[in-house]
Write a protein that binds this ligand. Structure first.
Ligand code: ADP
Length: 518
């Protein structure tokens, strides 16, 4: 029988060899833990362990010898690897397992264990040799890797779900907006059309999708100026903004459509696509027209009795004699002032309706621009003692234009400068000649206008939100000014900073051969 005593292997019936010590030294030098169990003894005890095993397990040899290997698993018994190990021991097979073991300190270590049986000549298993390696680090790295992989997979899943959601979200927006939308490829083939488009034009998806934009319906979008704008969208990223198409559409008749087209900004599968939004503005335009008609009729109707009232007041003023009381006289003057004001408001409304219907008449003459400016400013200064008007520069030019309309523009800019700068008393008017234009700038240091509102102040009936209650007005003065300047082939614009004041400027072309150069 084979025995193992004092760390030395005795092979019974055979003589000890000199090589034996060498063999034990070799085992002790191994970095793998090595144990030998004696299967012929009850509970298969450990009869040999090398130094590496002591190091891995943290136990001393004296605490190891005589124990069954299971002490290394402490209470962690329900391991699959343990079952496999005991099956192999029972059946005398070789095996390799990765098993959770515990050091003397209680710390877990992963043990990669090679177990092989030693058989005697008759085939009985006498011993088991176990070679073990501490693979805790490798296990940890594997586990980290697995966790990393799981995390990545989860992230990919989440991202995919998000993308799916946002795609679904996007298409649900496209489907639900109350505007007709077409998505086009770079060749203007329709990739998709939303429900609103199909309903508005009373067409089916089959009649629309995969068709060329210009072939839809009765070629209603095949309009050269529109085509010109559309081809520029992808290369230049310039959108088509508010392009009006009035057309006899199949199924729905004559309609006015407003087109806006943009390059789709999303990358990925939406890249290089065009979103065409089509809005039916037939009814809106009709309402606007009726409003303008009403305005025109109402102001005409008001004008007639007012002219009569004005006439009677003038007659009364002439009839007032020296005996009339001061109170009577001043009341009559006040009535005259308010009637004048009402008259001006109605005149402005009439201007708007004339502009709307294109009936504004220009009575052009050639006049000295600087003289017109200084007379207008003087008159304004007389009636506005609250502010001080400072005129700088000159144009030295004659202008071919409707003098009374241009006076109206200057008056409007001056009175706005006064009205919207109640705290600041100085208004600067600067005249200059720029190339073949005269330029006028009216600067105040009053409320100023936000950048966002600057675009809108020239629209009719627009008034900046926070001035509405504080200052009287109808929001049409600048609209009229803009139209008058446009009618003279000039431009009107504003530079302003909210809270710091505004400069309204306009240019007018100097009539050919009219510039006197002085
Ligand atoms: P109104 O003065 O009758 O409201 P306008 O068409 O002349 O109408 O002006 C439109 C709006 O532009 C005004 O309501 C005001 O909000 C703004 N605005 C015009 N001029 C000035 C200015 N000089 N400073 C600040 N805001 C101004």
């Amino acid at each position: 029988m084979n025995t193992f005593r004092n760390g030395k292997f005795n092979l019974s019936g055979e003589s000890l060899t000199d090589n034996f010590d060498l063999l034990v030294k070799a085992l002790d030098a191994s970095i793998s833990g090595i144990i030998i169990t004696d299967n012929s003894q009850p509970d298969n005890p450990i009869v040999y362990c090398n130094k590496a095993f002591e190091k891995i397990s943290g136990y001393q040899r004296s605490e190891i010898i005589g124990h069954n290997c299971r002490f290394l698993q402490k209470d962690d018994r329900a391991q699959v690897a343990r079952q496999k190990l005991s099956d192999c021991i029972k059946n005398g097979y070789e095996c390799r397992v990765e098993i959770r073991n515990y050091r003397k300190s209680g710390d877990l270590f992963w043990n990669e264990l090679y177990m092989s049986p030693v058989k005697d000549k008759s085939g009985h298993i006498t011993h088991f040799i176990g070679v073990q390696n501490d693979i805790t680090e490798r296990k940890k790295a594997e586990q980290d890797l697995r966790q990393q992989k799981d995390l990545m997979e989860r992230k990919i899943e989440e991202r995919t779900a998000e993308l799916r959601d946002s795609e679904a979200f996007l298409s649900s927006i496209i489907q639900t907006v109350r505007e007709s939308l077409l998505v086009l490829d770079p060749q203007f083939n329709v990739l998709s059309a939303n429900d609103h488009f199909l309903k508005t034009f009373k067409v089916t998806a089959e009649e629309t999708v995969d068709k060329h934009l210009y072939e839809l319906g009765n070629h209603q979008w095949d309009i050269p100026p529109l085509k010109e704008l559309l081809v520029k969208i992808l290369p230049t990223n310039n959108p088509v903004v508010d392009f009006e198409v009035e057309h006899d559409f199949p199924h729905i008749g004559r309609k006015l459509m407003l087109l806006n087209a943009y390059r789709v900004e999303l990358e990925g599968q939406y890249k290089d696509q065009i979103l065409l939004a089509i809005e039916d503005i037939t009814d809106r335009r009709e309402i606007e027209r009726r409003k303008d008609d009403f305005l025109s009729i109402a102001s005409h109707e008001l004008k007639t009795p007012l002219t009569t009232i004005k006439g009677y007041i003038q007659a009364l003023q002439r009839m007032v004699n020296a005996e009339a009381g001061e109170r009577f006289r001043s009341t009559l003057d006040k009535v005259a002032v308010y009637v004048d004001r009402l008259n001006n408001l109605i005149a402005e409304l009439l201007d708007v309706s004339r502009i709307q219907s294109g009936n504004i008449e220009l009575h052009k003459t050639s006049f000295n621009f600087d003289a017109m400016m200084s007379e207008t400013i003087d008159a304004m200064q007389t009636s506005t003692p609250s502010h001080h008007f400072i005129l700088e520069g000159r144009t030295g030019s004659y202008i071919d234009g409707d003098e009374s309309h241009l006076i109206q523009v200057v008056n409007n800019l001056l009175s706005n400068a006064v009205k919207y700068s109640p705290e600041s008393k100085e208004i600067f008017i600067h005249l200059s000649r720029v190339s073949e234009y005269v330029k006028v700038s009216v600067t105040d240091h009053g409320l100023g206008i936000s950048v966002e509102d600057q675009k809108k102040v020239f629209e009719r009936f627009f008034r900046v939100g926070d001035v509405q209650e504080r200052f009287p007005g109808m929001g049409i003065g600048l609209y009229i000014c803009d139209q008058i300047i446009k009618n003279h082939r000039g431009t009107l614009w504003v530079d302003s900073n909210k809270g710091e004041g505004s400069t309204f400027s306009f240019t007018l072309p100097i009539g050919e051969g009219q510039a006197n150069g002085n």
